[in-house]
Design a protein around this ligand. Structure first.
Ligand SMILES: Nc1nc2c(ncn2[C@@H]2O[C@H](COP(=O)(O)OP(=O)(O)OP(=O)(O)O)[C@@H](O)[C@H]2O)c(=O)[nH]1
Length: 354
């Protein structure tokens, strides 16, 4: 039987992966607003105890995906909770009377896509769903700035104090594992670098993988639905050939974990001067090597909450939606860094900014 025939009648699922802040949620938001009439169910997984992505996507009000079709998996990174969280969620989704035309899964920025894609070979899932393709979103500006290559010294220093750190560079390795799993690589944030820079990014990304998946450039995750949802690969059949560093290092099957990364939530009161706060926040991010910071701020006198999105030293801010009447106004920020991040110092520094 041909692959196309074997997959006929199955619901296609697209896995969207990519490092913290690459632009996955932005791309999905754009997809939902331009879904060519398809009804999409969305499974979202985030690292950190504050569901920002789900909130952003629920708030976009796209017809392609109603709020009940947005399912958040909050019990840890999706690649570690396949059996306990992902499979039961998929089973429930497949039991629904009104099945979606397509399933989109946004992994956390720290997830290894391989175990997730392999889960599509579980008998109950395999008979009903196929992985249309894995799309890996890349922050081109971060690659150009050397963010996935230049932390060798830091990792070497960490390893001196921690024998358990068996990996080369956790960030670099994860970046490569996410590229290795890809059927399509989206070089996002193309607006932030010039043509020569983009060419160099393309070459660097290609040099990190042995396969040659298609690569396209994008601004604000603007990729046509027909491309994103029409890869038709059936990646579950091929995932054994796209092993992660962890799988290659631990062929015997040792569980991987995310001990190299840490996240915590900082809660604050109202922020009267958001511009000044964000300016000073950049200093804290740089001083403590914060990888990702995101959340919402309460600005007195404003009916809407201020969304704050920090990726490295870049911080975007915009008022995303009105505070709901039953909601307690406040400022909540999730901070993600390497495992040696000094949580107490970061907390104290952020609190001191207000
Ligand atoms: N300039 C620019 N900013 C972008 C682009 N795509 C996304 N962003 C911004 O980058 C930040 C992170 O985007 P997200 O879509 O939340 O990234 P993500 O990959 O979902 O992040 P995590 O879920 O934390 O891993 C936001 O402030 C976006 O507005 C782009 O193409 N250009």
């Amino acid at each position: 039987m041909t692959r196309a025939k074997a997959q006929q009648g199955k619901i296609p699922a697209t896995v969207i992966t990519g490092f913290l802040g690459a632009g996955k949620t932005t791309m999905i938001r754009n997809l939902l607003q331009n879904a060519d009439g398809k009804r999409i169910a969305l499974i979202i997984n985030e690292f950190g105890d504050l569901g920002v992505d789900g909130d952003v996507l629920k708030g976009c009000g796209a017809e392609a995906c109603s709020e009940e079709d947005i399912i958040e998996l909050t019990n840890g990174c999706i690649c570690c909770t396949v059996a306990d969280d992902f499979i039961p969620t998929m089973t429930k989704l497949l039991e629904r009377e009104n099945r979606p035309d397509h399933i989109v899964i946004e992994t956390s920025g720290l997830a290894l896509p391989q175990p997730l894609v392999a889960a599509f070979n579980w008998p109950d899932i395999r008979s009903e769903v196929t992985v249309d393709g894995v799309v890996t979103v890349v922050d081109s500006a971060a690659v150009a700035a050397g963010r996935f290559a230049d932390d060798h010294d830091k990792v070497d220093a960490l390893r001196v104090n921690d024998d358990n750190l068996d990996h080369e560079s956790p960030i670099e390795e994860l970046f490569e594992d996410q590229l290795t799993a890809a059927d399509l690589i989206v070089l996002n944030k193309a607006d932030l670098i010039d043509v020569a820079g983009l060419k160099a990014v393309r070459e660097e990304v290609a040099s990190r993988i042995s396969r040659k998946p298609a690569m396209i450039e994008a601004r604000n995750g603007e990729v046509a639905a027909a491309i994103l949802l029409g890869l038709g690969v059936g990646t579950e059949d091929e995932i054994v050939n796209r092993k992660s560093h962890h799988e290659m290092e631990h062929e015997a099957g040792e569980e991987h974990d995310h001990d190299e990364f840490e996240s915590f939530v900082v809660e604050l009161g109202a922020i009267a001067d958001p511009n000044g706060f964000i300016d000073r926040l950049r200093g804290v991010i740089a001083a403590h090597d914060v990888l990702r910071l995101k959340g919402f701020a309460d600005v007195p006198g404003k009916p809407m909450r201020l969304l704050i999105q920090g990726v490295g030293s870049r911080i975007d801010q915009y008022y995303d939606r009105a505070w709901a009447p039953a909601e307690t106004r406040g400022t909540r920020l999730v901070v993600i860094g390497l495992h040696d991040i000094d949580e107490a110092a970061v907390r104290a520094s952020i609190v001191a900014l207000v």
